[in-house]
Write a protein that binds this ligand. Structure first.
Ligand SMILES: [Ca+2]
Length: 212
């Protein structure tokens, strides 16, 4: 009988521990926080990469500017839609939400140039140039009112681990937009790279340099 009571007590203790672990685990899930990085092109760094090669001219500009004293000037060179990489997030998990807000300057209502963000998956945390499929993006463009905020939230699916945010320009070679005051918000287990925060060591970096 004593043995049974002891076992019963032990069992209760184990249940207590399991319950405590459950509480701690749930709490840690609830308190899993987001963090935000702001980038305003106030240094000499422009973009993290591009596709196709030599598709844009990316330069630091001083007019127009949305915040601070500089913005990013982006001019379409290629016939194909240019993808200028303005942010790269790695360490993502299914269900994670990535919210990116960017200010575009477009003062030609109803006609090109127009700008917007788009994104593709990148499942190689060591190489920003790896393309692991389209992640789509907002179905709308800048409308020509001058500075305009384009914001979109992507949700991670299919075990992708990285996302590259693209700035796109539509629709002809020679079209240009200005970009400023980007805000990227992700869960705190992920890492955000903005221009200048990651070493680009492969041949594409040479292509980028050559384009300037
Ligand atoms: Ca700025």
């Amino acid at each position: 009988m004593m043995k049974l009571i002891f076992k019963f007590k032990q069992g209760r203790e184990i249940l207590k521990i399991i319950f405590m672990l459950f509480v701690v685990f749930s709490f840690s899930k609830i308190t899993s926080a987001d963090y935000t990085v702001n980038y305003g092109w106030e240094s000499t760094d422009t973009i993290l990469g591009m596709r196709p090669a030599d598709c844009v001219i990316a330069q630091i500009a001083t007019d127009p500017v949305h915040g601070g004293s500089q913005s990013l000037y982006l001019e379409r060179v290629s016939d194909d839609t240019p993808q200028a990489y303005i942010a790269w997030i790695v360490g993502l998990q299914d269900g994670d939400e990535i919210t990116v807000s960017v200010w575009f300057y477009d003062d030609t209502p109803g006609s090109a140039p127009r700008g917007r963000t788009w994104a593709h998956w990148n499942d190689s945390p060591g190489d920003v140039n790896v393309y692991s499929g389209s992640a789509s993006g907002p179905g709308f463009f800048t409308t020509g009112i001058g500075w305009e905020e384009i914001e979109w939230t992507w949700t991670v699916v299919d075990s992708h681990t990285g996302l590259v945010i693209e700035a796109r320009i539509y629709s002809n070679p020679g079209d240009a937009v200005w970009i400023d005051d980007m805000t990227v918000t992700v869960p705190d287990h992920a890492t955000i790279y903005t221009p200048g925060t990651v070493a680009l060591e492969n041949s594409t970096w040479g292509d980028i340099k050559a384009a300037f």
